[in-house]
Design a protein around this ligand. Structure first.
Ligand code: FE
Ligand code: FE
Length: 266
C-alpha cells in the first residue's frame, strides 16, 4: 500500500511551500485576505469553475501531481460508489473548488499558481500559539506572531472551548468555499459546510491539537471530517475521469442543493 502524506521524502517545493505559508499567515494577513477575497462579486457557472481547475495543480500535495479537477471527480465517485449520502458525494465534488481564487489572486497574497501559500496546505489557527502537530513544526518560529505577547500564548485571543467557528484559521480554499456557500444560500446540511471549512485543519482532525479550543459541536462533527478525509486522501490515483460523463449525474445534485441554479456568486 502506498503511504500517503509522507513528508520525509517529499520534494523541496512542498517544504518551501510550508515555509512560506507558516512565515506569512499571521492574524493580520488572515484578516486582510478575508476582507479582500470574501466579496463574491463574480457571477460564474459551477461547471466553468470545475473546468478551470483543470489548470491547477496543488503544490502542497506530496501524493499527486494531477490537476485538481481530477481529484474532485475521484473523491466524489468513490463516495458515490460506497453509497454514502448524496450531499457527501457533492462535498467530494466541490470541497476544493475554493482553489479557483488563483484566477484573480496575486503573488504577494500567496494566491496564484506560483505562490499558493494562501490557497492550499494544512491550515492552523492564527491568534494563538502554533502547535507542534503542524507539518514541519520547525517553521513555527518563523511566524512573526510567535513573537507577539498574546498571540504566542496557549489561548491567544480566544476563550477556552470557544469552538472552531469562533477562531480564525489560516486563509485558504476551505474558508473561501465555506463563505461562498453561505453567501449563495445553498441547501447543504451543516455537516457538509463544516467538512468543507475544516478539511485542511490537519493539526486538529488528524493531530489532536486544539483540544482546549474546540467545543461539543466540534467533537460531534469530527467523525464526519474524518470520514470525508479518508476519501480526500485515499482516492488519489492516476485514473482519469471525463467531465461530460459525470456531469449528467452530478448536475442533478448541484440543482438539488444550489436552488436549481448553476450560476453562482464567486
Ligand atoms: Fe482541500
Ligand atoms: Fe481535496
Amino acid at each position: 500500500m502506498t503511504l500517503f502524506r509522507n513528508y520525509t521524502s517529499t520534494t523541496e517545493a512542498v517544504k518551501h511551500h510550508y515555509y512560506k505559508m507558516r512565515s506569512n499567515q499571521t492574524l493580520e494577513h488572515v484578516n486582510r485576505l478575508n476582507h479582500k477575497y470574501l466579496d463574491f462579486s463574480r457571477k460564474m457557472d459551477f461547471w466553468d469553475i470545475i473546468k478551470q481547475l483543470e489548470d491547477f495543480v496543488d503544490v502542497s500535495d506530496p501524493d499527486i501531481t494531477l490537476p485538481n479537477a481530477q481529484h474532485l471527480y475521484q473523491t466524489a465517485e468513490k463516495i458515490r460508489e460506497d453509497n454514502l449520502p448524496d450531499w457527501l458525494q457533492l462535498v467530494g465534488l466541490i470541497h476544493d473548488m475554493g482553489k479557483i481564487i488563483f484566477k484573480w489572486g496575486n503573488d504577494l497574497d500567496g494566491t496564484t499558481i506560483q505562490e499558493q501559500w494562501s490557497i492550499v496546505g494544512d491550515t492552523f489557527i492564527v491568534g494563538c500559539q502554533l502547535p507542534t502537530e503542524c507539518v514541519y513544526p520547525e517553521f513555527n518560529v518563523n511566524n512573526p506572531d510567535m513573537k507577539h505577547p498574546i498571540y504566542n500564548t496557549k489561548y491567544g485571543i480566544y476563550k477556552p472551548k470557544c469552538g472552531l467557528d469562533n477562531t480564525k484559521i489560516a486563509f485558504g480554499h476551505d474558508e473561501y468555499l465555506y463563505q461562498m456557500l453561505l453567501h449563495n444560500k445553498t441547501n447543504l446540511p451543516i455537516e457538509a459546510l463544516y467538512i468543507i471549512r475544516y478539511h485542511s485543519l490537519y493539526p486538529w482532525h488528524s493531530g489532536n491539537a486544539y483540544q482546549h479550543l474546540t467545543n461539543e459541536h466540534d467533537v460531534k462533527m469530527l467523525e464526519w471530517v474524518k470520514k470525508f478525509n479518508k476519501y480526500d486522501l485515499y482516492t488519489k490515483s492516476n485514473k482519469i475521469f471525463n467531465l461530460d460523463d459525470l456531469k449528467v449525474y452530478y448536475n442533478k445534485l448541484v440543482f438539488k442543493y444550489f436552488n436549481n441554479n448553476t450560476l453562482l456568486d464567486w
